[in-house]
Design a protein. Sequence first.
Length: 208
Amino acid sequence: MRAVILANGEFPKKSQLVEELRSAEFLIVCDGAIVHLESLGILPDVIIGDLDSIPLELQKKYASQVVRISEQMSNDLSKAFYFCLHKGFDEFLILGATGKREDHALGNISLLYEYAQQCKSIVMKSDYGEFEALRLPCKVSSQKGMQISLFCFDTQVRITSTNLKYPLNQLSLHLLANGTLNEAMGEEFELQSDREAWMIVYKALLEG
């Protein structure tokens, strides 16, 4: 089962992403992000969070969809993910998780490591590209000329790539910047490692 999570970052503008919200099998919204859906007339299945950024009138209007979780040890995105996971969802699309505050965006992206190890698939998309946490070794679909960035939080893992413009050859990514600004050479590239590891892969949307 697939759930779409709308976080309260930069609301997507691209028509394909808005259509994902309209056609979602199950749509769960983090707190104040309901304001954007309200303007488009899209009805969520659940609104979740500590409710610190949702207008009172919308809390009342959507009272039957509201799930209030006041604890502050996790953010609203994690509250939404684990709510869906416990409901049996195993595929996830996350929208609105970047933009606005950079600290929130970085935190949300890093959480993909944790989430990906507990579900079948999870992708975070924005108007500019998408992040996905993948277990190595893996093959990644792409397009020729697509800008690629790779992030691995385990600085001891040695990564090898094929079909990227700037090859990685048993390279450890000691800084988040070390794997950025690469480029796909075709419709697929491959990543391998010297031991079990997870990597966050970013694929930028091609212009046009």
